[in-house]
Design a protein around this ligand. Sequence first.
Ligand SMILES: [Zn+2]
Ligand SMILES: [Zn+2]
Length: 271
Amino acid sequence: MKRDAHIHSPFCPHGTKDSFKLYIEKAINNGFTDISFTEHAPAPQGFMDTVPDQDSFLQPNMLEPYILELQQLKKQYANDISIKIGLEVDFIEGFEKETTQLLNEIGPTLDDSILSVHFLLNEQKYSCIDFSPPSFIHFSQQFASIEDVYSLYYKTVQDSISADLGPYKPKRIGHPTLIHKFQHAHSVIVDDYEMILKTLDLMKHYQYELDVNSAGLAKQFCLEPYPPTRYILLAKEMGIPLVFGSDAHRAEDLHQFYEDVYTQAMRKASL
Ligand SMILES: [Zn+2]
Ligand SMILES: [Zn+2]
């Protein structure tokens, strides 16, 4: 089995219009046997997107066409590749009830999903932490230190792991070190080993899979996967299921760094 299970789509409001077929045929040509499309789920009811273009989430009326098109493609390509229909669902502190409602409505039609933290709550205001270096730095100025921002981020990821979001809660935790995305923009080195360890412990305890996400390697201020290789190896040792995801928002990025991030980690882990 060769799997890439974190892929965006032409339905992504901040992605590209690259067609599903472009992604699917590239995956087949590269020998992948399993792919999951995990478009950003619609926002939970009442949540106001804080990014300038308000394009973090799928519009609710686009959910049905997204699923219908994938159901059709899943059948069409059934002999060549297993296509899973999924969403990347945001965990937003304070919107647990609305997120559960959303999952209860759409969960039955999904095969595979991811739970991710992109928004943090501080002083009753939400901020998107992976939007841009200036917006991250602006957000971090509300805190005494970057370390405090990291603490809040990991605390929120940990809350996402232990949260009760009902029977359709995703089984995989998305890019749990996304807070590193702009580490070379602010240049503060934070020792977050214990915070990541605690996050992995909780994932193990609650039986979640880890999104081994290569997208960070392509980001100029990150330059490492989410999570970095040492933690991928640690998670493997702990018995946490690892699932590669390229987090591609265009066909060109599909399977990006698969060998560097996933194959090599698996090789090291078996030594
Ligand atoms: Zn996205
Ligand atoms: Zn994400």
